[in-house]
Design a protein around this ligand. Structure first.
Ligand code: 2AM
Ligand code: CA
Ligand code: CA
Ligand code: CA
Length: 268
């Protein structure tokens, strides 16, 4: 994709995201169906499904050679990332959407041959759009975001972390995470992976640490974070695999290796 094609796709994606957000804000005030998926706290609503269908239909009609990877099953079954792939989370933070009616986002990452080219995270109720094209910086609405500071200490950092990982769990030793909680200035948990990424991108938090996310939770956030000089890896420091679930350390580069080396001990 050349710069002109990329700009057209960017503009089109942005238009669909704003329209989808408007639809969500309208529909959420009427009754909607809420179901559970894998566990009683794994929620999905008909608005999640309708929003993903809205993206899948528009993308397929407009770009028949592009593919879609989405949470709710209206996209394609992908075995590789060849060509252009739209990685879509129609509502990230469904539990917040249901319980709080705020603090949820639409996340859209557009990848070409596995490389993140475009990232959008839309805070639907705040009406704030985080947007990035690879190599052109990250923006919060129309405001260009600064490069992340290079002299942050972990002791002065705010870290996004779900308290779950400080309890006995199958993925990571809780002791190292507990020491991380004691070391940092503060922890936060917003319940939307995409928004947690966005807060690291804008420098409100210095890191986001979690042990299990799907590609649609992180695809846009990774593109955005790269544009301000941040870094995203799995919790062992290796590269994120956009076809699988991953542990995620998304952070300011100044504290990334200290988090991994001193505080993360993954279970086998
Ligand atoms: P969702 O709302 O789109 O499901 C909550 O801490 C964050 O984790 C949200 O971004 C949520 O996305 C995501 N999440 C919830 N359940 C998950 C699961 N089983 N695997 C991966 N991510 C999940
Ligand atoms: Ca979900
Ligand atoms: Ca999600
Ligand atoms: Ca979702």
């Amino acid at each position: 994709m050349n710069d002109q094609q990329k700009q057209l796709i960017f503009d089109q994606a942005k238009q669909w995201i704003l329209e989808a957000g408007e639809r969500i804000r309208t529909k959420m005030h009427e009754p909607f169906v809420i179901e559970t998926k894998s566990t009683p706290d794994d929620l999905v609503t008909e608005i999640d499904q309708q929003t993903e269908q809205f993206f899948a239909k528009n993308i397929r009609e407009t770009y028949p050679d592009h593919r879609v990877l989405g949470e709710e099953g209206f996209g394609d079954e992908l075995e590789d990332l060849n060509g252009v792939v739209w990685i879509v989370d129609p509502i990230d933070g469904t539990m917040n959407f249901v319980h709080q009616k705020q603090n949820f986002a639409i996340s859209v990452g557009i990848y070409k041959d596995g490389v993140g080219e475009i990232g959008f995270i839309y805070d639907v109720m705040g009406d704030v759009l985080f947007q990035a094209k690879r190599g052109e910086g990250a923006y919060k609405n129309d405001q260009k975001l600064a490069e992340l500071s290079s002299d942050v200490l972990l002791e002065q950092s705010i870290v996004g972390l779900n308290a779950f990982w400080t309890t006995e769990n199958p993925r990571v030793n809780k002791e190292g995470i507990q020491e991380l909680v004691r070391k940092v200035r503060g922890t936060r948990s917003y319940g939307s992976a995409a928004l947690e990424f966005a807060y690291v991108v804008e420098g409100n938090m210095d890191a986001y640490v979690t042990m299990r996310l799907a590609p649609w939770d992180v695809a846009a956030g990774i593109v955005l974070l790269n544009e301000v000089g941040g870094i995203t890896t799995k919790a062992d420091g290796s590269e994120v695999n956009m076809l699988k679930t991953n542990s995620i350390i998304a952070s300011n580069r100044a504290i990334h290796s200290e988090i991994i080396d001193k505080h993360i001990e993954l279970k086998k």
